[in-house]
Design a protein around this ligand. Structure first.
Ligand code: ADP
Length: 764
């Protein structure tokens, strides 16, 4: 009776499991379908099992056929359950997600099941069966029952063979209940063989079916698994797309390099005006293409969640200065009044991603410049400070073409260009604002737009940044309505610089303050002048001069008895930390090239005012323009300078790239050498360490740019600045630039200004 009770209990459990399983949302695949059949079969089996008790108990009062039907039906169930599990194991072992021939595997599975069923059913049905209804228990026995044992052993052996033939570590979870089933099933069969009255088999089968539900066939777990697989595949596809675009961008930049490089070069040649216009159009179109490539790369990176926000400490003043300079360059001759209004209380040093913040503001300023024909652009920045957080509120307002109200919702969509009829002549892709919005969101900020069609637009961004230091608020960077112009009243200044043009620029600048100017082109001459008792109020000293540099000259000057003239380092060596280095060396102050008016005035005030020579007037209007701009002087363009005696090495595996760079460098009269690989470059430096500057392609076969640089650095006495030349954007190679000691970065394609800046910084 106990056996009858637990069979009944088993039936209840399996019915409950069936209700839960079939009421849930499930994935419809072969494995789950087989599992569903296993549950149903198990229910039928449990019912037949119960019926077996009944037919045996009432054997005398029932027709013999019913006895055979029920008992053989139960045996058929036992083998069917085993065969279904065998097919399940077959599918689990041979099907995987990447399977190309799924259909084939499933067909074979079906065939296996069918053959199993036909053979085992025939054997069971043909062989005779007996029963026992003694005190020991009710059970069946005989050749038919024995054949079930034999078939089960065959099934177990087949399952083990299949598992080990296609064992896959990733599927270990799926195999656990199967192994358990095999072990428990085999033990049960053994026990059952010895004690046929125990009738454990059906109960064990129910137990294994349950186990399968909680481990592998739970529909929730299955759905999550499928979702994960789908997500993984989508991520893979997205990453492949980003990689593809990244490679494409690299490939597009390489021919662009040739186009821009040769066009820039051609522009400087003596060519007819009509051709010059064409060349300028080519340059503009190429730069536009470059913007598109960069934009697409940015968008795809953002969408693949690859664009990281990298927070670090930064000086907001220099960022603003750069933004102003870039916008002014973009505005060119346009009749637009560019007004800047920066809140002086913005803390000087903030913590955040300044590169992305700059990109956001620059996009807005560029759009304002693009979509405004005349009138004004107003760039304002204010802050709200709470604890250590500074909320930057940045607004860019223009009196441009404006945006129609119905177009405002489309504004931040990808590739959406509005008012197309009005802006056919304006270059653009419709990507800028989509990128801007995504970046703002990545930085947890907000962006809003107000616009009146035909009148103008205003974009306002608000972004929180952590405050690092408020010590030097932005007062200095802000355009003051009144400021000071200093009159040096004939104070005597000595400019020491080996480059005549630099002397010329500094002289023009200083003349404005009524200095009495003297100059010389070497440290030796400077020391001579002082020894000859020439009197000066201040000395501006270049550092990088041939034979005797500025530092050595300073040491020589300090050796002269009674020497107490302030010496200011005037150098293009302007990377962070240089100022501190010069001051600790013993220079009284530091001024970077190109000279900033504010800094120059600070120095004049500090050193000339102290000697009572300067008078200060405070009524002159002060604008953001640099002194050079105000004096109508162009920044020193190296392209105009004849720089002899400099040896340059270009390392690039692509000959066209070497040709482009050489063509651009030719006009400086440098001596140019080149090679196509890192190892050749290393050999050249070992043979003759004569180079003043090396341009190194980043992507080369065998040794890449970074590895070559590492090797070069291990050569004794190697100090040559090495510039990374790369078709990847500066952002992409940022990590490499930081990790390896590159002295600068030149993009492919590069423009003349970039090259000039590199040469000014590294060869002066
Ligand atoms: P792009 O300028 O490359 O076309 P953006 O995404 O930067 O792409 O801008 C999308 C569209 O929004 C532009 O095509 C233009 O119609 C409109 N737009 C953006 N900024 C302004 C602005 N300051 N004034 C007028 N229209 C603007």
């Amino acid at each position: 009776m106990a056996i009858f009770s637990y069979t009944l209990l088993g039936l209840m459990f399996i019915v409950m499991l069936a209700i839960i399983y079939f009421s849930k949302q499930r994935i419809n695949n072969y494995e789950t379908r087989i599992y569903g059949t296993i549950i149903i079969t198990n229910i039928i089996g449990q019912i037949l099992h119960l019926l077996c008790f009944v037919v045996i108990k009432y054997i005398d009062s029932i027709p013999k056929l019913l006895f055979y039907g029920v008992t053989k039906g139960y045996l058929l169930y036992l083998v069917s359950w085993g065969i279904l599990n065998m097919v399940y194991i077959f599918l689990v072992s041979f099907l995987d997600d990447s399977n190309q021939n799924r259909e084939e595997v499933v067909k074979n599975g079906r065939l296996l099941g069918l053959i199993g069923i036909i053979i085992s059913f025939s054997i069971i049905l043909l062989l005779p069966i007996s029963y026992s209804n003694s005190i020991e228990g009710m059970y069946t026995y005989g050749p038919s029952v024995d054949s079930v044992y034999i078939i089960s052993i065959v099934i177990v052996i087949s399952c083990i063979t299949m598992i080990f033939a296609k064992f896959n570590k990733d599927k270990i979870k799926k195999y656990i209940p199967i192994f358990l089933f095999i072990i428990i099933g085999s033990l049960t069969m053994l026990v059952q063989r010895i004690h046929p009255e125990l009738l454990l088999i059906t109960f064990v089968e129910t137990f294994v079916t349950f186990l399968m539900y909680f481990t592998i066939e739970n529909p929730d777990v299955r759905l999550i698994e499928q979702l994960e697989i789908a997500k993984e595949q989508a991520d893979k596809a997205n990453n492949a797309k980003t990689d593809f675009l990244s490679n494409m961008s690299h490939e597009i930049r390489t021919p662009l390099n040739a186009i821009v490089g040769f066009s820039e070069n051609l522009k400087d040649e003596n060519i007819p005006e009509s051709a010059r216009e064409n060349v300028e159009d080519i340059i503009m179109a190429s730069n536009n293409l470059l913007d598109i490539v960069n934009g697409i790369l940015d968008i795809s990176k953002i969408e693949a969640n690859k664009l990281e926000i990298i927070n670090k400490e930064y000086d907001i003043k220099s960022m603003i200065d750069e933004l102003i300079a870039l916008t002014k360059a973009r505005l060119g001759e346009k009749p637009i009044d560019f007004k800047v209004n920066i809140d002086p209380s913005i803390p000087k040093v903030l913590y955040g991603d300044n590169i992305r913040l700059k990109q956001i503001i620059l996009n807005l300023l560029t759009n304002a410049a693009k979509y405004t024909k005349e009138g004004y652009i107003l760039f304002t920045m204010s802050s709200v400070i709470k604890d250590d957080i500074c909320r930057l509120i940045i607004a860019v307002e223009d009196s441009g073409i404006g945006i129609k109200e119905e177009n405002l919702p489309k504004l931040f969509s990808k590739f959406e260009r509005l008012n197309v009829e009005k802006q056919i002549t304006i270059e653009g892709t419709g990507l800028g604002l989509a990128i801007t919005k995504k970046l703002v969101e990545l930085m947890n900020g907000t962006i809003v737009v107000q616009s009146v069609y035909g009148k103008g637009s205003k974009f306002t961004v608000s972004i929180d940044q952590r405050i690092i230091s408020i010590e030097e608020p932005l007062t200095k960077a802000a355009p003051a309505t009144t400021s000071t112009i200093i009159d040096a009243n004939g104070a005597r200044v000595l400019i020491v610089d080996d480059n005549e043009l630099n002397i010329k620029v500094a002289s023009v600048l200083l003349k404005k303050y009524h200095f009495n100017i003297d100059s010389c082109t070497s440290g030796f001459e400077c020391v001579e002048k002082i020894k000859n008792n020439e009197k000066y109020d201040i000395i501006f000293m270049d550092d990088m001069m041939p034979r005797m540099n500025g530092r050595t000259t300073l040491l020589k000057l300090r050796e002269i008895e009674g020497f107490n003239i302030p010496v200011v380092a005037l150098t293009a060596n302007a990377i962070t930390g240089m100022k501190e280095e010069y001051l600790s060396f013993g220079f009284n102050d530091y001024l970077s090239k190109p000279i900033e008016r504010r800094e120059l005035e600070r120095i004049i005030k500090e050193y000339i005012q102290n000697s009572n020579k300067a008078s200060i007037n405070t009524n002159t209007t002060y604008s953001q323009k640099s002194v050079m701009e105000e004096l109508g002087i162009e920044l020193p363009q190296l392209s105009q300078v004849k720089q002899n005696n400099k040896n340059i090495l270009i390392v690039d595996d692509n000959d066209v790239n070497i040709k482009v760079l050489s063509a651009s460098l030719k006009k400086y009269n440098y001596s140019i050498d080149s090679c196509n690989s890192g190892s050749e470059a290393i050999n050249k430096v070992i043979d003759n360490n004569k180079y003043d500057l090396i341009f190194m392609d980043e992507m080369m076969p065998e040794l890449n740019g970074c590895e070559t640089l590492e090797n070069l650095e291990s050569i004794e006495g190697f100090k040559t600045p090495v510039i990374m030349v790369s078709a990847s954007s500066k952002d992409e190679v940022k990590d490499k630039l930081e990790k390896y000691n590159f002295s600068g970065y030149l993009s492919k394609p590069f423009n003349k200004d970039q090259l000039d800046e590199i040469l000014t910084h590294n060869l002066n």
